[in-house]
Design a protein around this ligand. Structure first.
Ligand code: BES
Ligand code: ZN
Length: 478
């Protein structure tokens, strides 16, 4: 593990702080970097993969670890809520009548680690290499969510009152679409009542470039099965006379977009809120390095819907993508076969005001309509969620921007991102509140991929920014 001792002075200088006026909480954070890393490592060692039903013990262990963390903070209330799926970790400390209540949200579940052979170190044995913590969940979202737990600790353990009312909810099913958090939110709206939600589960615009994400895309995730003959056939004996479901599936997918990259599903764009001139100007003003983007992906050209920039395509326009496709023979060598079945998983990223249920219906109707009579097609819907936009005038965002600026010593950018955190739209619908997306990750963190990592420095600055936000918030008015 990196040795953090002795960094205090140098960092104070680097971040341009006056050491003597730094709050007790900020000093505590600087003095406890090794301890925080150690504790995060304990959490990262737990393989709490929500898509894997054999990992239920790990899910429970991660939830218990977080409950123990919250229990050490002398909060008014700490509780583990069972659900039909994975448990929800909850804590609250709301002593003030006259101060805002912040609901911190994060998730302790992670994506599967495969393909394992592409990891350069064990996914559930965190290591620090070149200033980054490598482990599944380091950035998405254990490392980021943990910043807030440690920020709360920095007040409690340095003998300071937490400056605002706080509630914290950490779920174990974000990566599978929060199936149990949505009903929990609806049935516990009073418990979760707050003035704003604070989430660190997104990326900053670039290294050392703090940013607040004010838009997330929604999602509709579909699965298609195309069935032809009742069994796999000899492609010489039957080929040419009997439909091939894999050919049909590929043809149907190819027809879902036109040459301009527009999605050809009837009604798909009907409820899309078009980008305004102001939206487009704000996006164009961001310091996006398209050459660097291409280089980092080793691609010659970007690709997407005609008439939109790369940033717009990747964050503010809807998409349709095949996530997986299978069928027929994929083993070694050649086997001449005409497959009986073909399958694909297809996701659509959505923008305001597309309704994921309606889009799923339109998709299913479209597929049935274009399918030839030679096959039977089954379409199933997986999880989904609405897109969200945070009001840029919201006072909480201003406090968050100020906190970022004090810690990073750099002006904050406001950008939209293409990923989804569907519960954000539910927070708005059920609790009527805005969410502050205070991401400390980077797009290059390889979340959901092999070698996921999170910068040690951003973990540290994240804790400081969170604590600073709690300190500054009472000075900002609704
Ligand atoms: N942390 C991500 C979402 C994210 C990533 C937002 C990058 C912005 C930038 C989150 O954990 C995630 O992966 N969400 C899923 C949602 C789905 C499973 C419903 C996603 O976006 O695919
Ligand atoms: Zn996440």
């Amino acid at each position: 593990m990196a040795n953090m001792a002795g960094l205090k002075e140098a960092e104070a200088k680097h971040y341009n702080f006056n050491w003597n006026t730094m709050s007790e909480s900020q000093s505590y954070i600087d003095q406890n970097q090794d301890k925080f890393l150690n504790e995060l490592f304990q959490l990262l060692r737990i393989p709490s993969i929500s898509t894997d039903s054999t990992k239920k013990d790990a899910i429970q262990d991660a939830a218990n670890f977080l409950i123990n963390q919250l229990n050490s903070l002398n909060l008014n209330r700490v509780e583990l809520f069972d659900t039909p799926g994975n448990p929800i970790v909850y804590g609250e400390h709301c002593p003030y009548e006259d101060k805002p209540t912040v609901l911190i949200y994060g998730h302790y579940d992670v994506q599967p680690a495969d393909p394992l052979e592409l990891w350069t170190s064990e996914p559930f044995e965190p290591v620090i290499k070149e200033g980054n913590i490598f482990a599944r969940g380091a950035s998405d979202d254990k490392g980021q969510a943990f910043t807030h737990v440690k920020a709360l600790e920095s007040f409690v353990k340095s003998g300071q009152p937490i400056p605002v009312n706080v509630k914290i909810i950490l779920e174990g099913e974000e990566e599978i679409g929060s199936p149990n958090l949505v009903p929990f939110l609806e049935s516990h709206a009073d418990l979760l009542a707050c003035d704003m939600v604070l989430i660190s589960d997104t990326a900053m615009f670039g290294k050392d470039q703090p940013s607040i994400t004010y838009g997330l895309r929604g999602l509709a995730y579909m699965e298609v099965e195309v069935v032809g003959p009742n069994r796999d056939l000899h492609s010489g004996v039957y080929g040419g006379a009997v439909e091939n479901p894999l050919n049909v599936l590929c043809e149907m997918i190819a027809k879902m977009k036109n040459e301009d990259g527009e999605i050809r599903i009837e009604g798909f764009y009907d409820s899309v809120v078009p980008l305004t001139g102001a939206d487009r100007a704000a996006s164009a003003a961001l310091p996006f390095d398209e050459e660097g983007y291409k280089k980092s992906l080793e691609i010659e050209e970007v690709h997407g819907e005609k008439g939109y920039t790369t940033l717009e395509r990747a964050s503010a326009r809807p998409t349709l993508d095949v996530n997986g496709i299978w069928g027929g023979y994929t083993g070694e060598g050649a086997k001449t076969v005409l497959p009986s079945k073909a399958n694909a998983k297809i996701s659509m990223r959505l923008v305001p005001d597309q309704n994921p249920k309606e889009i799923a219906k339109l998709f299913a109707a479209h597929v049935q309509k274009i399918a030839p009579k030679t096959v039977k097609v089954k379409v199933t819907e997986h999880h989904g969620g609405f897109a969200s936009i945070t009001d840029l005038d919201f006072y909480g965002l201003k406090a968050a921007a100020k906190a970022f600026e004090e810690i990073y010593q750099k002006e904050v950018l406001f950008s939209r991102e293409g990923g989804s955190i569907p519960i954000v739209a539910d927070f708005k619908r059920v609790l009527g509140v805005e969410s502050i997306l205070m991401g400390f990750g980077l797009t290059s963190n390889a979340i959901h991929s092999p070698n996921e990592h999170f910068s040690v420095e951003d973990f540290h600055r994240g804790i400081k920014t969170s604590a600073k936000f709690f300190e500054l918030l009472p000075g900002f008015n609704a």
